[in-house]
Design a protein around this ligand. Structure first.
Ligand code: SF4
Ligand code: SF4
Ligand code: SF4
Length: 608
């Protein structure tokens, strides 16, 4: 298994912090969930497992999966297993020697110090520089950076140092030089180490974060006391007296071995990865011989898999003391002697690899699609297209348009568009309220003699405000079997007739049952059955909607509305139609108090 970063969607609030922190613009995909809430998930084909979003998400909505559980299960099943520990373990687990003793007690064979892999990595890079004299090269020890170049900046791969990474170097040596065939787990604060797992040249099979290892030991109630014995790293027999602790970044470690004034520049932190684009185009005479690039700003000990409580100055102190110890206790001649020893044992060729680009990510978008995306953002002028406020998580409006064109972001995630939509919607709501008030005033002003004209005016106002082509009101009565039927009371425009002036379950089977349950029916004309179409025949209808009017708990009747085109009715529109219908019906009910035969005598006969 490899490490995977996931989103816990119920916890995500769509704040875009992860989008902002991600060095790969397109690996965070914004979408609307079923309840129309903005959420951000990860596209695993684009994600480089750098973990920056884990650090950025303050809602705990990002988490990772590693191999801790499977490692300990396999250990319990009796598989021969050993560990490669990053030096970060010393700052992350202050009592690491006692933890080592416990790990050995439950069956771990050997615990190796990655520092030896780093020392060999430095040796191989030095020899490569001497032999091949590249004008400039990018260090290759950070898996997040290497994956980033392979998937998103393949044009820089020729500048990447061809030396295999320290973890793989050590895993190869454990197998070939030490003859140890145990399955290996790499334990570090780096989640991106997952890319090294299951390569054929060695036995690296598990990627474990220090944080999960610590949690596992706590869960297993591994208690450390004063009596717990201490166990150190296992030696790596390469004819050297000791393993030196190469903690800290590549540039610092590399400098320990140099007696030349080789220029090494450093760039740590995924948020600085855009500077790689500058590096790609900078004049050659301005470039460093070695560009030490890594994803974690605070170094490998401060990766996203670290123990959470560990603070930067704790790890800085460890790094400082390790570097001091090498400088103070290990003269340069000793370091160079160690390098000579490597010359005797190893061939540089065995430390070389070639990096190829990953073919899976296609991020090209045509200009036409960018134009469409700008349209969807309602951005037409240069000023509108260069607001570049970063609120959507993209540093520029262009980048956001590109993401929309690629289908990984949504126009509604633009804060300016959202504001525009809110103000449009506020205006709509205010128009709706005005309409309902107008209808209310019509009703108040009408007497029982002119009520029919008043209702016609109300329906007309409703039709013109909401782009409705016809509306009608139907009143419920019950037949002798107590089955509901609805009779036409009034329609606007009046000249529009239905084939029948009564709706019953023969004409529209099931409709009245649904409506009497208080449910609204909305249908596109094309979806009607042949029998249903007969009822609405010749009406040039695109979409229709029937809303039940429940008055004083009874199914009083319905309002039927229709549009010529296919645009369905929004929730807000339905509410305004329902409220207007309720006002109209209140007046009709009042009219029946004055004249109990009101419906029989006036409406149907006079209007139809
Ligand atoms: S940082 Fe990303 S994953 Fe976390 S809540 Fe915000 S949008 Fe969701
Ligand atoms: S792990 Fe890194 S690359 Fe993947 S989504 Fe998070 S920030 Fe982006
Ligand atoms: S204006 Fe909109 S698209 Fe442009 S950066 Fe701001 S939020 Fe993103």
């Amino acid at each position: 298994m490899t490490t995977l970063i996931n989103t816990d969607l119920p916890l995500c609030i769509g704040c875009n912090k992860c989008v902002r922190s991600c060095p790969v613009g397109t690996s965070n995909v914004t979408f609307l969930d079923k309840r129309n809430r903005l959420k951000v998930r990860i596209d695993k084909t684009r994600c480089i497992s750098c973990g920056s979003c884990l650090e950025a998400c303050h809602r705990g909505a990002r988490h990772y999966v590693d191999d801790t559980e499977s490692f300990f299960k396999d250990l319990a099943d009796g598989k021969p297993l050993s560990l490669i520990m990053f030096p970060a373990v010393r700052s992350n687990l202050p009592e690491y020697k006692k933890s080592f003793a416990q790990l050995k007690k439950i069956g771990v064979h050997k615990i190796f110090n990655l520092s030896m892999g780093m020392e060999l990595f430095v040796w191989a890079n030095l020899r490569y520089l001497e032999n091949y004299k590249p004008h400039t090269m990018i260090s290759s020890n950070c898996p997040g950076l290497v994956t980033f170049l392979q998937t998103h900046r393949p044009e820089l791969l020729p500048r990447l140092s061809p030396i295999i990474n320290p973890t793989t170097i050590l895993a190869n040596i454990i197998k070939t030089h030490l003859g140890n065939n145990d399955g290996l787990a790499v334990v570090s604060a780096c989640l991106a180490n997952s890319v090294y797992i299951n390569q054929p040249s060695n036995n690296l099979r598990y990627n474990i974060s220090i944080s999960r290892l610590r949690d596992y030991l706590i869960k297993m109630k591994v208690e450390l006391s004063d009596d717990t014995p201490e166990v150190d790293f296992d030696p790596i027999e390469l004819g050297l007296d000791t393993t030196l602790d190469f903690n800290g970044d590549f540039r610092t470690n590399f400098r320990q071995f140099l007696d030349s004034d080789l220029r090494l520049d450093r760039l740590h932190g995924t948020k600085y990865f855009p500077i790689l684009d500058e590096y790609a185009t900078a004049p050659p005479e301005t470039l460093p011989q070695i560009f030490d690039v890594a994803g974690c700003e605070g170094g490998c000990s401060m990766g996203p898999g670290r123990v959470e409580e560990i603070k930067r100055f704790v790890t800085n102190t460890f790094n400082y003391h390790d570097q001091l110890a090498i400088q103070r206790d290990t003269p340069k001649e000793t370091l160079l002697k160690r390098q000579k020893r490597f010359d005797e044992i190893f061939q540089l060729d065995n430390f070389l690899t070639s990096y190829s680009s990953s073919p899976m990510v296609q991020d090209y978008v045509s200009e036409d699609r960018i134009k469409d995306a700008y349209m969807s953002l309602n951005k037409h002028t240069t000023t509108q297209k260069t607001i570049d406020c970063f609120a959507c998580g993209s540093p520029t409006c262009f980048e956001m348009a590109r993401k929309i064109a690629l289908g990984v972001n949504l126009p509604s995630n633009c804060v300016l568009l959202a504001q525009e939509l809110i103000s449009q919607s506020n205006k709509k709501i205010s128009d709706y309220l005005t309409l309902v008030r107008l209808i209310g005033e019509y009703m108040l002003a009408s007497g029982s003699n002119d009520i029919i004209t008043t209702i016609e005016h109300s329906l007309m106002a409703l039709c013109s405000s909401l782009d409705i082509s016809r509306s009608s009101i139907w009143r419920t009565t019950y037949d002798i079997n107590e089955l509901p039927k609805c009779d036409l009371v009034i329609s606007f425009p009046a000249r529009i007739h239905f084939t029948q002036n009564t709706i019953n379950s023969d004409l529209l089977p099931g409709w009245l049952e649904t409506l009497s349950d208080g449910e609204i029916i909305t249908k596109s004309y094309t979806d009607l059955t042949t029998r249903e179409k007969l009822f609405f025949t010749g009406r040039n209808i695109g979409v229709l909607c029937m809303i039940p009017i429940i008055a004083q708990g009874d199914f009083w009747g319905i309002i039927l509305i229709a549009r010529r085109h296919n645009q369905t009715f929004t929730r807000e529109e339905i509410s305004v139609i329902e409220s207007s219908a309720f006002l109209i019906i209140s007046s009709l009910i009042a009219a029946t108090y004055d004249d109990p035969k009101f419906f029989d005598n006036q409406l149907l006969t006079s209007i139809l």
